[in-house]
Ligand binder design. Structure first.
Ligand code: VTB
Length: 313
């Protein structure tokens, strides 16, 4: 069943308030305090909504996170059934060090339509080309760039690839350099990185590399509404990772997930800026009011826009 449009405004307020709560801790060199502020605000606001929500991607399991843990039930226990994924503070380093790009993020889907992602790394690839067989996690970097080059009618040297700056990406970066692709290196924040393919104004044609699995699912929700491509493959490296995967009913550890296996049906995605970044501006406070910017998608309503709010603190 489509998600009622009235929930868009409600979830925009949820991430806006969480972003405000975290904004007081921007530049305070305390990732944990900033994260906690966003988590507390988000949890309290979600519990005020007329829905029967369940966290499928959150701040960990009950024993390691007291709030917004996987399986936690939220809402007033009346209304529609939702699966909820949260990253109340995406880019804890950005917030702690007052750097661009900290976001408060949530994704809502119809019950059982959002993948329950374990907290492991995920290999990801996204582009604006949603045609099958243009890019694929199983192709070499060269094949992906050549295919994309043909699809976009752009020479490889005019293609921009966004990737997180991590030693694990050295090989990919070397290949991209050899192909003369323009590289946009990001230090953190791969939800935002993946979403840079959604609009030509960001100047990014392809996002790739290994980042958090939960962040992959959150980005996939927005990419689905934008009609962009996304594939993800979880990386289960330790025995602990494998054990958790089995508990989450994942049988094939090397499966490549297509976007419609991660998110199907209707969904709402909201990402509010805490500090200003590529996608949205950060929280601004003037007197007893605050201003927030939220990138919002609502799939069935074909809504994809930045919503600016002015609210009383
Ligand atoms: C990413 C990114 C996050 O962690 O998921 C990344 O989106 C995971 O990789 O913003 P590393 O362990 O190599 O950092 C963050 O950078 C921080 O949570």
């Amino acid at each position: 069943m489509p998600i009622d449009k009235k929930f868009v405004d409600q979830f925009v307020k949820v991430t806006s308030n969480a972003a405000l709560a975290a904004s007081y801790l921007v530049g305070k060199k305390d990732k944990i305090a900033a994260d906690k502020a966003a988590v507390d605000s988000m949890r309290s606001d979600l519990n005020d909504l007329n829905m029967i929500g369940e966290i499928v991607i959150g701040e960990g399991e009950l024993d390691e996170a007291p709030m917004l843990y996987i399986g936690e039930k939220l809402g007033k226990n009346n209304g529609p059934l939702f699966d909820i994924a949260v990253d109340p503070l995406e880019g804890t380093n950005f917030a702690a060090n007052n750097l661009p790009g900290a976001l408060s993020v949530i994704a809502i889907a119809e019950k059982n339509k959002l993948f329950k992602a374990p907290e492991t790394y995920m290999e990801k690839i996204s582009t604006k080309a949603n045609e099958k067989k243009v890019v694929d996690l199983d192709y070499s970097i060269k094949k992906n760039i050549f295919n994309l080059s043909e699809f976009l009618n752009k020479k490889p040297e005019n293609i921009t690839a966004c990737i997180m700056d991590r030693p694990r990406h050295n090989e990919i970066i070397k290949d991209l350099k050899e192909l003369k692709v323009k590289i946009k290196l990001i230090t953190d924040g791969d939800i935002s990185g993946a979403l840079l393919v959604t609009d030509n104004k960001y100047g990014v044609d392809i996002f790739l590399g290994i980042g958090g699995g939960p962040e992959g699912v959150l980005a996939a929700t927005a990419l689905d509404a934008f009609g962009c491509s996304f594939q993800g493959r979880f990386l289960f490296e330790t025995d602990e990772d494998k054990k958790r995967a089995i508990e989450m009913d994942i049988k094939d550890f090397s499966k490549k997930y297509e976007i419609n296996e991660i998110i199907s049906g209707d969904s709402i995605f909201c990402a509010t800026g805490i500090t200003s970044g590529d996608l949205v501006s950060g929280i601004k406070i003037k007197g007893d009011e605050f201003f927030s910017e939220t990138l919002v998608t609502h799939k069935y309503a074909d809504l994809k826009k930045v919503i600016k709010l002015k609210q009383k603190i």
